[in-house]
Design a protein around this ligand. Structure first.
Ligand SMILES: [Zn+2]
Length: 286
């Protein structure tokens, strides 16, 4: 009996400690991150291009005399706000939706564009999309490799990265005249990546090397975080290199992790520690 009592006390104590830790982590990391993610900021970049940042993934609305393109449709209230902006700008013009990938914070708002074409990467299948993102947001067209759309004096190129990167079929969108690249979550600005499911760090590295060769980039719209120059790719690339180094050499870990202390992160899921664990697991399975 005495042993049972002791086990119960220990188990109860342990549960309390775990609960307290989870609450503290939630209050310090998750809640501020979620609150920040809900914030929407609108940048009227030029007469035809509006950037709608936050409220899920970053979005863009590009207009011309004949077409309105929307890149990523956000989620929840921000998706409705974006949809209203798109419809107001479009009037009677056709709307074309592009999804950089299937995560709900970028694609859940698709449901508000019923009857309009929605393009996403062709490495997903209908079944995989439904499983990961739900049936309501299903695209209508799957992009195998590349598509060029001419609208007004702008040419818009959609490129399917075609291999596991952030997801199995990330699409980037390049505006030639503006030399601007919408990267989806293949590039984040001051935010640690989530490397789960089919996410592949080798795919990210290949993209960081390939994108500046294929496109002349002056402006980057990352999947999350502020708009900036090509240095955003360089900084995010360096993060992967640093975390790989930290995974291989424990003595360098603290210093390398500290470099990213001002980045948005959630312990165990979206953080330098989580990326290091990812690299350790990856090297074990090789
Ligand atoms: Zn994502």
């Amino acid at each position: 009996m005495r042993l049972l009592k002791r086990i119960l006390i220990w188990t109860g104590g342990l549960l309390l400690v775990l609960l307290a830790t989870a609450t503290i982590l939630y209050l310090i990391y998750v809640r501020p991150f979620m609150q920040n993610m809900k914030k929407v900021s609108i940048i009227q970049y030029d007469k035809e291009l509006t950037l709608v940042l936050g409220g899920g993934g970053n979005s863009g609305i590009l207009t011309s005399d004949s077409l309105v393109i929307v890149i990523d449709t956000k989620m929840d209230d921000a998706a409705k706000q974006l949809n209203k902006m798109v419809r107001d700008l479009a009037g009677k013009k056709p709307i074309l939706v592009i999804n950089t990938h299937d995560h709900p914070d970028h694609s859940k708002g698709n449901v508000l564009y019923k009857g309009y074409p929605i393009i996403a990467g062709g490495n997903y299948t209908k079944e995989s999309w439904i499983k990961d993102a739900g049936e309501e947001s299903l695209p209508t067209q799957w992009l195998k490799d590349r598509m060029d759309i001419h609208m007004g004096d702008e040419t818009v190129t959609l490129l399917n990265l075609g291999r596991n990167t952030h997801t199995p079929s990330d699409v980037v969108v390049y505006l030639h005249k503006r030399k601007m690249l919408f990267c989806g979550d293949v590039v984040l600005n001051k935010q640690a990546p989530v490397l789960i499911g089919k996410a592949d760090a080798d795919g990210y590295m290949a993209a960081f090397d390939m994108l500046p060769k294929v496109f002349e980039i002056q402006k980057i719209v990352p999947g999350h975080g502020a708009v900036g120059g090509p240095e955003i790719i360089g900084d995010f690339r360096q993060y992967f290199i640093d975390m790989k180094t930290a995974a291989a050499d424990d003595s360098k870990k603290d210093e390398l992790v500290a470099k990213y202390k001002d980045w948005w992160q959630i312990p165990l899921a979206m953080s330098p520690g989580a990326t290091i664990s990812y690299y350790k697991k990856k090297s074990e399975t090789r």
